[in-house]
Design a protein around this ligand. Structure first.
Ligand SMILES: Cc1cc2nc3c(=O)[nH]c(=O)nc-3n(C[C@H](O)[C@H](O)[C@H](O)COP(=O)(O)OP(=O)(O)OC[C@H]3O[C@@H](n4cnc5c(N)ncnc54)[C@H](O)[C@@H]3O)c2cc1C
Length: 235
């Protein structure tokens, strides 16, 4: 039996491990960064269309004030909203480009989509929503429904602006607050602003397929894949 390592030593060559990960990381970094991707404009403009949203939706522009404004209704925005609610903040507005909460899991609905981190770890606020994941690696639809349950549980639907793209976020020194403009003509004010628009779900056309033979990750009809049906028992 080998002698135990002192508590402060990992028992392996930490520097060699760091170097290994550095090499792997460097292999994936391209000098052109996000410029390697095509913009979703022109011939790829259809990637920006939201097949789940109400195309006829309209509303009057808002010119009001909220305490906290959150841009993005994915898990980042949901967690921010939840923690603020738990801290007692009442006036919270989420602005979300899509037609519902979920972010990544709203936009991406292709067959076979699951999280690749165990559901118990990946899905936030399970205890708060009183939900037990049915799959070890939950399918996208289960995760999307969980996002909706979080928003319902914490009243984040109350003042939400879906199908609304925040186009400007500017600090107003004189008013000590944020000015938010959107593509729906809104000019809102907020004491605090939280930006969570990671955009993993925002489709980006691949440069490797210049012919346009690519498909939006949101363009599969709900329930089109048999694996969406949860198993009878947890895995
Ligand atoms: C297929 C897939 C599988 C994944 N699996 C895992 C996993 O197993 N484990 C893991 O840790 N991560 C996973 N991820 C990463 C996943 O994206 C994150 O875990 C998480 O969901 C990101 O949440 P978010 O709120 O930061 O961003 P998003 O989910 O991208 O939400 C951001 C939201 O902001 C909105 N938005 C952006 N700009 C604006 C604007 N200007 N105005 C209004 N709204 C705007 C977008 O429409 C979007 O809904 C996966 C991602 C994908 C695509």
């Amino acid at each position: 039996m080998s002698a135990p390592h002192p508590a402060h030593e990992p028992g392996f060559d930490l520097e060699a491990l760091r170097e290994k990960y550095r090499v792997e990381r460097d292999r994936r970094i391209r000098p052109d960064g996000s410029r390697q991707y095509r913009r979703t404009t022109g011939e790829f403009g259809y990637f920006e269309e939201d097949p789940y949203a109400d195309r006829d939706f309209s509303r009057e522009p808002l010119h009001d004030r909220v305490e906290v404004l959150i841009i993005g209704g994915g898990f980042g925005g949901l967690l921010a909203g939840t923690r603020l609610r738990q801290a007692g903040v009442r006036s919270i507005r989420v602005i979300e480009k899509g037609g519902d909460f979920g972010g990544t899991w709203y936009w991406n609905r292709y067959p076979g989509i699951h999280c690749d981190i165990e559901s118990y770890i990946y899905m936030p606020l399970l205890e708060e929503v009183d939900y037990v994941p049915r799959w070890k690696y939950a399918p996208g639809e289960e995760i999307r429904q969980h996002a909706r349950a979080i928003a319902t549980r914490f009243g984040l639907y109350d003042d939400v602006c879906f199908q609304t793209l925040a186009t400007e976020l500017r600090w107003d020194e004189a008013e000590s607050g944020w000015l938010i403009a959107t593509d729906r003509g809104d000019h809102m004010r907020a004491r605090y602003a939280s930006t969570r628009p990671t955009g993993c779900g925002v489709p980006t056309a691949s440069p490797s397929d210049p012919t346009g033979g690519c498909t939006s990750p949101s363009s599969w009809p709900a329930g089109s894949a048999p694996w969406i049906r949860p198993p009878e028992t947890s895995t």
